[in-house]
Design a protein around this ligand. Structure first.
Ligand SMILES: O=C(O)CCC(=O)C(=O)O
Length: 189
């Protein structure tokens, strides 16, 4: 299975092995020690700012406080690798059990800056990109410990989604999903 940035829309990048499996385990234990919100079908945790899914915005009272220390070293890496000009300040942990996904969307344009980075933990899954005007479709496999970066057209002109299914057909092979957790980093504008 070979993901390359060429499989993504323009402005999209795939970074395999962005973290080690030891870092992955550490992140999962920090996340699981936190309080999950049941506001959606899947469980979520918000850090930095609460995102209001109903209003589709960050409201003025949404500030939750600085990101926890265990997220800050990742922030530093994202900045050191040139992915963000300054440290992201909003992170959402999403938990996907098999059969759970996230519907097609573009991350809130007035809320967040130009770069979105999503880190995959624990299980692979497919992410589908759809061109909003042209209707083209691209599918990328997100491996545990990888990061997917969305800027430019990948951020604004294509939607992304994770189909709600219990397995993915990867290179012609049915691969069952396990529990997956993702951390998505953004900078509030
Ligand atoms: O789970 C992921 O990798 C993507 C999450 C996402 O698209 C979002 O939180 O808006």
């Amino acid at each position: 299975m070979s993901n390359t940035s060429a499989d993504l829309p323009p402005g999209g990048f795939y970074l395999p092995s962005f973290i080690s499996s030891e870092e992955e385990a550490g992140l999962v234990s920090h996340i699981d020690a936190g309080e999950w919100s049941m506001e959606l079908k899947r469980r979520v945790q918000h850090f930095g700012y609460h995102y209001d899914y109903r209003a589709r915005t960050i409201t003025s009272d949404a500030y939750l406080g600085p990101l926890p220390g265990w997220l800050r070293h990742l922030n530093e890496r994202l900045v050191a690798k040139g992915l963000f000009a300054s440290a992201p300040d909003q992170v959402i942990a999403n938990e996907y059990q098999p059969r759970q996904g996230i519907s097609a969307h573009v991350d809130c344009v007035p809320c967040f800056d130009d770069t979105i980075v999503s880190l995959s933990l624990l299980s692979q899954c497919e992410m589908v990109f759809r061109e909003r005007r042209g209707g083209a479709k691209l599918t990328v496999v997100l491996e545990p410990c990888s990061a997917v970066v969305m800027t430019g057209a990948a951020r604004y002109e294509w939607t992304h989604e994770i189909p709600a299914r219990k397995s993915d057909g990867i290179d012609g092979i049915k691969v069952h999903r396990a529990r997956r957790v993702s951390l998505t980093f953004r900078k509030v504008v």
